[in-house]
Ligand binder design. Structure first.
Ligand code: MG
Length: 306
């Protein structure tokens, strides 16, 4: 295991509140390298391991907290992207190649949760979150079908890139947002009163969106949602919310910490483009960071939402 400081990393305090989130002597560690594009970290508390996706390499990786080792969890992975853990501790995965959201059961069987909307195939589900009522909310941009690098190139069957909700009992799929260019990362506020969703439309559209919107959750639907933060370096991809409501988002220069209203509080500098983050460890006070080729982590004086 490596506990030293990693070159090119550091902290940038914009608001004094960010200093309170840091631990004086804690540094960013590079835990592993060797991926092409890292995404979708998810923490499995009972097993003390982290799973994440290496999308172009068509595999999911597993970092073991007990000895720091990394192994391949699943290959091929259908070019998996975002992952999360549901209320029963099961893995929920967005798969570009299969153009679906799946759940891995306790016995290892894989169940398809969503692969179409009103008879048309999904584009390529990107990121996913589970609400406390068991509903599953996911984004469906087209990154997995616009080129062969992260899936199979294909003609979209849907009229755009939207956000969907899977009902807990029936499994029915409804569209909850349809005015995004490329909906990407998403996370609820700790009280689930709000859902934050990133739009990475800038990736394929000049002057396109590179922001996060904040929607009020109204039962099974969402309010229109206002833009609360524009990314100053690259785009916000995946992100997580801490127990106090701050947003910890990926960006091109590392991790941006935002207030619940989108104000930039500070940055964790990472020497690669960051795709996603998640809180892990027994106390959920360790932030795992998926940089392009590498997995990083840093202990913080904040905790993720359980
Ligand atoms: Mg993403």
């Amino acid at each position: 295991m490596y506990f030293g400081e990693t070159e090119g990393t550091g902290f940038e305090v914009v608001d004094p509140e960010f200093s309170q989130c840091l631990i004086g002597h804690a540094r960013v560690e590079r835990l592993w390298t060797g991926a092409r594009w890292s995404e979708g970290p998810a923490w499995f508390a009972a097993g003390r391991y982290l799973i994440w996706s290496d999308i172009p390499n068509n595999r999911m990786m597993r970092w073991d907290e007990t000895d720091g080792s990394v192994s391949i969890f699943r290959s091929p992975s259908n070019n998996s992207n975002g992952n999360t853990v549901d209320l029963q501790g099961r893995l929920v995965t967005c798969e570009h190649l299969a153009r679906r959201v799946s759940r891995t059961e306790h016995d290892g069987a894989v169940t398809v949760l969503a692969d179409q909307y009103q008879g048309n195939r999904l584009n390529s589900p990107n990121d996913v979150v589970v609400k406390s009522d068991g509903s599953i909310w996911f984004t469906d941009p087209s990154y997995g079908i616009i080129m062969d690098y992260e899936g199979d190139r294909a003609v979209p069957e849907l009229d755009g890139c939207h956000v969907y909700r899977i009902a807990p009992e029936s499994g029915d799929i409804t569209r909850v947002a349809s005015d995004y260019v490329k909906p990407n990362g998403l996370a609820f506020s700790p009280d689930e009163q709000y859902l934050y969703i990133a739009d990475t439309g800038m990736s394929h559209q000049e002057n396109g969106p590179a922001h996060i919107r904040k929607h009020t959750v109204e039962g099974d639907t969402l309010s229109e949602g206002a833009v609360i933060a524009d990314c100053d370096t690259g785009m916000f991809d995946g992100f997580r919310v801490d127990r106090d409501g701050r947003i910890w988002s990926s960006a091109a220069d590392g991790v941006h910490c935002l207030s619940s209203d989108g104000d930039l509080l500070g940055k964790i500098r990472i020497p690669e483009i960051v795709g996603n983050v998640c809180f892990g460890g027994p106390k959920l006070n360790r932030l795992f960071i998926c940089g392009t080729t590498s997995l990083y982590s840093v202990y913080l004086n904040v905790n993720g939402v359980r």
